[in-house]
Design a protein around this ligand. Structure first.
Ligand code: ATP
Length: 603
């Protein structure tokens, strides 16, 4: 049975005026009761102010203000200028169209004039929800050459056929201004009342929506197949699942207590969350906000195709920018350049990425959201074929706050944002769409920005990766400690070198390479080759950080930690300086203290 669009327009009008959520809920219940089950999806999309979920990646209406006015002018037989002037005055195109249409109808129905009208105009029309939806969908899908004319014709036809009130809401929808203020939660509650018997059933609708982020589709399943089908709904490949989120704490003791004493602690990578779906050869990537970002990461698509060993799966991970030569993590901002640059082929080589996987929620017909984390993780390890740039997130299982803290410092130093500690007990399910205490993020409170360069001494070297394979790609750098006359390690630097710098590296280092640690070198990190302290380089970084690995200022700012440089970059050689002229450990410590500031964002 078709549903008159006027029913929807009337509800929109009521919803615009409501002042309480209870009243809003009642209007929605009233509306859903009048809605035939087979159009409930369209009604829900209208209420959400969209034609389809954003993640479908389908085009938006593509009708600007100008085109809308043009269409309305054709539909109403008035000049564009007249419409424009009035819309300017009222600040509302929808309302303008409604007023002009009403005026015209009044005139048309005035005695004497009626005789000249082909058909009498009434406030109810034959417009159905289906017809309006389908026409709007056609408008959106009209693309390419000649599409502007098609859009114009379709919209003008729709506005001509609509009653004044219907036209008001069609125009608002087209403008993207149908702001009814109805939240998804209220829609779900009304659906539960009408189709599942009570508001208390909202949790079932919510769970289904969390597993398949398409409220129109969920409403339709509920209305046509009933609540029992909805109860048993599983994630479906190709439809994003709403992500599980973390709470935040900054004390390892408290974190472990909250998680039941023991936790999986992983690097919290600073990149973009990716929900990766695979069905045979087809791959989808959805963002944290469930946008379809597949086209932005053709390299990740390829990795997923090769790196997921089952037919169907949904896995989650973080996409992070990495240094092409060393494989080290790069700051979040670097990844964001991908969004801004348009030539994807240049981007692929300039900004390579790695994916660090941390969960799986669906594998070959099995819903894993209901399984505890250790089971999901076991499955993840089973289905993933790791490679250089496609790996399981780095993590440890621990019940020790000290170990957690050390791992946290190491994570920061390595370019992660902190750590994610995750419960491992029997109730550690995947809570789609909610922020809870099963995952706790631990980020730093303070950071010490690095505003100035330092001069450090080379004490070791590492072989490069990828195109630098077999040649030196990174250096181990040290500060000078005049009190003990030793060189204490500060950081490993692999960025900032030009190709020429790297070419020269082998020759420069050759005279100083040693097969054992030089006597005056103090380092826990073991490079591929040791280097006698002789060469000095100017280095800059994003921050000075506490490090559980480096020996510079060890134990000064914190027990069990030295001071290191996060995201260090080579600037130039300082041939004018000898090793004893390098920045001292004391100077580095003072720099660290001087710049220490509370981190602003508290999320
Ligand atoms: P933030 O702005 O701190 O990233 P958020 O609101 O986006 O917060 P949170 O729940 O606070 O989300 O933090 C989880 C986010 O951390 C995830 O969305 C994901 O992008 C990222 N992340 C990085 N590494 C991991 C990991 N190992 N496990 C889970 N999430 C991770």
């Amino acid at each position: 049975m078709p549903m008159p669009f006027s029913t929807l327009a009337e509800t929109f009008e009521k919803l615009e005026r409501v002042t309480s959520r209870t009243q809003m809920l009642l209007y929605l219940v009233e509306l859903f009761k009048k809605t035939p089950p087979d159009v409930i999806d369209k009604v829900v999309y209208f209420l959400q102010g969209k034609l389809w979920p954003d993640w479908k990646g389908l085009p938006e209406l593509g009708v600007g203000e100008k085109l809308l006015i043009k269409a309305a002018a054709i539909a109403l037989h008035v000049s564009e200028h007249q419409l424009e002037q009035m819309a300017k005055r009222l600040g509302d195109i929808g309302r303008t169209i409604e007023i002009i249409k009403t005026e015209k109808e009044k005139k048309a129905s005035a005695p004497g004039l009626l005789a000249f009208m082909k058909k009498p105009s009434t406030s109810t029309t034959g417009l159905t929800v289906e017809k309006v939806y389908d026409t709007l969908a056609k408008i959106a899908l009209a693309q390419g050459e000649g599409s502007r004319d098609i859009k114009l014709k379709l919209l003008a036809g729709l506005l001509a056929e609509a009653s004044p009130k219907e036209a008001r809401y069609i125009a608002r929808f087209v403008e993207g201004r149908l702001r009814l203020g109805v939240g998804d939660a209220t829609i779900m509650e009304a659906l539960a009342v009408v189709y599942a018997g009570s508001a208390a059933m909202r949790s079932i609708v919510e769970r289904a929506y969390n597993l398949r982020a398409d409220l129109g589709m969920i409403a339709k399943i509920l209305a046509t197949e009933g609540v029992d089908t909805l109860k048993n709904i599983k994630p479906e490949v190709g439809i994003p699942i709403r992500p599980m989120l973390a709470e935040r704490l900054n004390d390892p003791v408290e974190i472990l207590k909250k998680l039941g004493g023991r936790a999986l602690v992983e690097y919290k990578y600073d990149g973009e969350r990716a929900q990766i779906h695979k069905k045979g050869d087809k791959i989808w990537i959805f963002s944290r906000r469930l946008e379809n970002i597949t086209h932005m990461y053709p390299d990740v698509v390829e990795m997923a195709r090769k790196g997921i060993k089952v037919e169907e799966a949904i896995v989650e991970g973080e996409i992070v920018a990495i240094d092409p030569d060393t494989g080290e993590l790069r700051p979040f901002q670097v990844l964001m350049h991908r969004r801004r640059k348009h030539d994807i082929h240049i981007v692929l080589s300039e900004i390579p990425v790695a994916v660090y996987l941390f969960d799986t929620v669906y594998v070959d017909g099995n819903d894993l959201t209901v399984k505890p984390l250790p089971k999901r993780h076991e499955m993840l390890e089973k289905i993933i074929e790791p490679s250089d740039r496609w790996q399981i997130a780095k993590g440890i299982v621990t019940d020790s706050p000290e170990e957690l803290e050390t791992f946290f410092l190491k994570a920061i130093e390595d370019g992660a944002e902190g750590v994610m500690a995750k419960a491992m007990h029997d109730r550690s399910i995947y809570q789609a769409g909610s922020r809870g205490w099963l995952w706790i993020k631990y980020k730093r409170d303070y950071k010490s920005e690095m505003n100035d360069t330092v001069d450090l001494v080379v004490i070791g070297a590492f072989y490069g990766k990828g195109r630098r394979g077999g040649k030196f790609g990174a250096l181990l750098m040290a500060a000078y400690d005049p009190d003990t006359d030793t060189f204490k390690s500060v950081c490993k630097v692999g960025s900032g070198f030009t190709d020429e710098d790297l070419e020269r590296l082998d020759d420069m280092l050759k005279p100083y390479i040693r097969d054992h640690k030089p006597a005056r070198v103090d380092s826990q990190m073991k490079p591929d080759v040791w280097v006698e302290p002789a060469l000095v380089a100017e280095i800059i970084g994003a921050e000075l950080t506490l490090s559980p690995i480096h020996t510079c200022c060890y134990g000064w700012a914190k027990k069990g930690a030295g001071i290191s440089i996060r995201f260090p970059r080579f600037i130039r050689w300082r041939p004018d300086k000898g090793p004893e002229d390098a920045t001292t450990t004391k100077e580095l410590y003072e720099m660290y203290q001087r710049q220490l500031r509370k981190v602003k964002e508290q999320t």
